[in-house]
Design a protein around this ligand. Structure first.
Ligand SMILES: N[C@@H](CCC(=O)N[C@@H](CS)C(=O)NCC(=O)O)C(=O)O
Length: 207
């Protein structure tokens, strides 16, 4: 049984969705970031950085494991379940490449923009435009890839789970929409229709 401590943020949703999609037995513990649940002594013992998501796998090979970092959680859950990552070396490398692209080239500028807007602030337009340009470039390339592939990297994988919450947060929090990226829109609809995506999102706190 894996315990996941999470919330309805991009990183939190990735952890909840990958567990729901993996089929591994797990329990979701919602952390109220506004209330400061992540700063309690019990939480800080799991993650001194006071950040979600965290998983605790008491049944891990080699002994109990407490793991932070949503990217590491994606890979750990995929490997433990034997699902969500191809085993063929080239396909696996391509899937991990797409995970890295979603987490560094897309999530990083999204997070920069999110922090600039935090607390209702209006960031200097030149800086916001810089982040928006980086985000649009990455999404444009992803849209191109999705023109010939149903999912981001061959079969459905953690690459799709890495990307999806960031696109959702761009739309719901930052009000950025990309209707012209038709392949991306088709993919986002297919993601939203997956029972695992729906279950993970609702358990983490998203309606
Ligand atoms: N690199 C970490 C980042 C985790 C992170 O930034 N978590 C945020 C929510 S998305 C958090 O817990 N923030 C705590 C707070 O707002 O006090 C990951 O990918 O998991």
């Amino acid at each position: 049984m894996i315990d996941v401590y999470t919330a309805a943020t991009g990183n939190g949703l990735r952890a909840a969705i990958v567990l729901a999609e993996s089929g591994l037995p797990h329990t979701v513990h919602k952390i109220d970031l506004e209330k400061g649940d992540q700063k309690t002594p019990a939480f800080l013992e799991m993650n001194p950085a006071a950040r979600i998501p965290v998983i605790v796998d008491r049944g891990a090979a080699g002994g109990p494991l407490t793991l932070t970092e949503s990217t590491a959680i994606l890979i750990y859950v995929a490997e433990k379940s034997g699902k969500l990552l191809p085993s063929e070396p080239h396909a696996r490398a391509r899937a991990l490449e797409a995970v890295a692209n979603a987490m560094t080239d897309l999530y990083a500028p999204f997070n920069g923009l999110f922090n600039l807007h935090h607390g209702g602030r209006t960031p200097p337009s030149q800086i916001a435009q810089g982040f928006d340009g980086l985000i649009r470039d990455v999404l444009g390339r992803i849209d191109g890839r999705l023109a010939t592939s149903e999912w981001l990297a061959g079969d459905f994988s953690i690459a799709d789970i890495a990307l999806y919450p960031t696109l959702g947060r761009l739309e719901s929090v930052l009000k950025r929409t990309y209707p012209e990226l038709k392949n991306l829109q088709r993919w986002a609809k297919a993601m939203a229709a997956r029972p695992g995506v729906q279950l993970g999102s609702s358990l983490a706190g998203r309606p």
